[in-house]
Structure formats: C-alpha cells, structure tokens
Design a protein around this ligand. Structure first.
Ligand code: DX5
Ligand code: ZN
Length: 220
C-alpha cells in the first residue's frame, strides 16, 4: 500500500538543556510526529522523562505527540500521560497482564492506541490485539538506548505485519524504531513501514541540519 512516509524524531537525541527549542526546531523542520521515549529504569535499564516534562514541552508543538512507554506496569500511569497531552500512547505487551484492557483504557482516555514489539516478540501477539490498535511499533533495536544499530533481521517481520494491516482494511500506522538512518530508512520503507522514528539521524549536525535530515529520511 502506498503511504505517505511520516517522520517521528525521537527527542532522546535532542539537547535537553533547551528541549522546548529543540521541539520547535523539529516541528519547523517538517517532523510529522514527536516521538517521546519514556523509560523507567525497570522495564528497560535507562531512565528518561515522565508526564510533567511532557506537559511542559507540549507547549512547543501542536504536532502529534507519539509517546512510547517503556515502563512496567503501564496502567497506573496512563491517565497522567493522557492528561499531559499525549496523542498516541504505545506500550509493550509484556509490561502489562492484560494488554487488551490496557488498549481499552488508552482509548477511553481519548488517545490513539499503540502496541510495540521487541525484536524477540513474535507477531502472534498481534492476533488478539490488531483490531484495537491505531499503531504498531516494531523495534529494530533492543529498547533502552538511542544510537544502536538497526537489526536487519526484523525486516521480514515488518513485511508480515504490513500484510496483516492491509488485510484489516483499517488505517493502522506501521512504525519502525531504532537505528533508522539514511541507509536503513529505505529498507524499512520497502518492507512496508509508513512511520520512521529517528533520534540520532534527525538531530545530527545541529538545528541547521534538521530539515535536510528529515527530508532525506523521508526520501523526498
Ligand atoms: C530505543 C528508543 C528509540 C531510540 C531511537 O529504546 O525507543 O526511540 O531512542 O534512537 P535512534 O534513532 O538513535 O536509534
Ligand atoms: Zn521509541
């Protein structure tokens, strides 16, 4: 299916000493979504930001806030993340006992729903959930840190999920996250992705380069 490619810069690679300005800059440079990586030092070994920071940076852009929760458990914090201004909330199914229920809660809170598959998570996990999701996020690194190398062995999984999505006839974003750069972006797109997360590759070279970086990633 021919889709317009969306770029979702991961703010993990931004300079946090002026995070609001960095978000304004990627917004102006043509970012489609703003990818916010939330890590809890428990589900993943790294620790990043929570709802309070999201609430403040929300003022810097009206674009879609694509919030990627790498936290365990998920449910107790969903309301805070929704109230902080998340548009899409994505979580890892291993981090909650009943992922279907978690998807319902996200929807009831007025957000779009996303499910994320680790490199080791089989696509079978989607069988019961695909009808309830607006976005499927395929990790092409083990989650936890920016700047890792793209795992090419995830490409067949992206292709299979694209087929599953097309069979539903619904508009579900297929997002790829981890190690996306000018060389790997075309591979993810050919496999069927329509949203690319890119941290290192977007923020490389400072603010004067963001527009060029985003355009190159998008391939136009
Ligand atoms: C990894 C995060 C990614 C990551 C992307 O756990 O979910 O969003 O920061 O960073 P790059 O594009 O640098 O691989
Ligand atoms: Zn992410």
């Amino acid at each position: 299916m021919a889709n317009q490619i969306k770029i979702s810069p991961s703010i993990l690679s931004a300079d946090f000493s002026y995070l609001g300005k960095e978000i304004e800059a990627i917004d102006k440079a043509g970012a489609d979504y703003i990818h916010v990586d939330v890590m809890d030092g428990h589900y993943v070994p790294n620790l990043t930001i929570g709802p309070e920071v999201i609430k403040d940076i929300r003022k810097s852009s009206k674009k879609t806030f694509d919030v990627h929760l790498m936290i365990e458990p998920v449910n107790p914090l969903l309301e805070s993340f929704a109230k902080a201004g998340s548009d899409i909330i994505t979580f890892h199914p291993e981090a909650e006992g009943n992922p279907k229920e978690t998807l319902s809660i996200i929807k009831e809170l007025g957000c779009k729903t996303g499910i994320s598959l680790n490199p080791s998570t089989p696509i079978g996990v989607l069988d019961d959930l695909i009808d309830k999701v607006d976005l499927i996020l395929v990790m092409t690194v083990v989650p936890g840190f920016g700047g890792q190398s793209f795992m090419e062995d995830q490409l067949p999984k992206i292709e299979s999920i694209r087929k599953m999505i097309d069979l539903t006839g619904r508009q579900i974003d297929l997002e790829v996250d981890g190690g996306i750069n000018f060389e790997t972006a075309p591979k993810a797109i050919s496999a069927g992705a329509n949203v690319l997360v890119a941290g290192t590759a977007t923020f490389k070279g400072g603010q004067s380069q963001y527009e060029k970086n985003i355009k190159t990633l998008r391939g136009v």
